[in-house]
Structures are given as structure tokens and as C-alpha cells.
Design a protein around this ligand. Structure first.
Ligand SMILES: [Zn+2]
Length: 148
């Protein structure tokens, strides 16, 4: 069955990218894989989606909503475009916002403090500039900062 509107905000402004569907209004997204969530996925993950959900930040777990027409779950999309920046939801269930943090170059003499896991002798060139994170009221606002 085709998804026609976002189960979180009811917008019909949906963008389809490969198999992913993103709500352009609120930033929630879904994939065909996001089905069959077990009741106790946290302690006893069984399905592939159980394992995906278990690995998500708490905020995404509490915000997830089920589209009853398709039986697919939706939750906010974290958009990480290294080394440009990252758009992500932040806060708790009752009070959350969208945030944008950009990456900044790590000075050469400090890089040894940022080793890449499982890649001996390799170091990150960029890190997130969390001190200058922009907090936005809407997904669109955060995406706007991302594009600049
Ligand atoms: Zn939406």
C-alpha cells in the first residue's frame, strides 16, 4: 500500500529517495525495513528492525510513530553529511528541537587525540563544532542552515 501522508504531522509533502520516504515538513522518515517491531525489542531484539531501533538514541525511540495503513514506523531522520554538518533532533519527549552542528577542521597538532576506531594510524580530520550548534524550531529551519 502506498504511503500518502506523514503519520506524525499529517503532511502530504513527502519526498521519496530510493526506498526512503521523508516528510519535508517535520523531518520524520521511514523505510520498508521499519516493520515488525517486537514489544520487548530493547531487551530481546528479534527482527532486523528491532536491532535498528535498539541502536537509536532514546529521543528517536520515544518519538517513533506507527503508520497503521502500512504498518511502517516513522521517526526523525538524522542527516549526517561529513564533513559539512549534521541535522538531528535534540531534547526529550516533551521538549525537543532540531539542531544543526557543522564540522570544523581539527588542527594538525591535535589530530592524534582523534583516532579513527579500528584504523590504526588514522585520525579524524574534522570534528563537530558543538559549541556553535544552531537550535531550530522546525526541521526546515535546520535544513536551511545545512544548505548554507
Ligand atoms: Zn511529517
Amino acid at each position: 500500500m502506498k504511503v500518502k501522508k506523514c503519520p506524525y504531522c499529517s503532511s502530504t509533502n513527502l519526498r521519496e529517495e530510493e526506498k526512503m520516504i521523508v516528510c519535508e515538513k517535520c523531518g520524520f522518515h521511514t523505510l520498508p525495513l521499519y516493520t515488525n517491531l517486537s514489544e520487548d525489542y530493547e531487551n530481546n531484539p528479534i527482527t532486523p528492525f528491532d536491532r535498528i531501533m535498539k541502536a537509536q538514541p532514546i529521543l528517536l525511540k520515544v518519538l517513533k510513530v506507527l503508520d497503521k495503513n502500512t504498518n511502517q514506523w516513522w521517526f526523525p531522520l538524522i542527516m549526517n553529511l561529513y564533513p559539512k554538518g549534521i541535522v538531528y533532533p535534540i531534547g526529550d519527549e516533551n521538549n525537543w528541537k532540531w539542531a544543526f552542528s557543522s564540522y570544523v577542521v581539527i588542527p594538525l597538532d591535535l589530530r592524534e587525540q582523534y583516532p579513527i576506531p579500528d584504523r590504526p594510524g588514522e585520525y579524524y580530520e574534522y570534528q563537530l563544532d558543538l559549541q556553535n550548534t544552531a537550535y531550530c524550531n522546525t526541521y526546515l529551519e535546520a535544513i536551511d542552515k545545512f544548505k548554507k
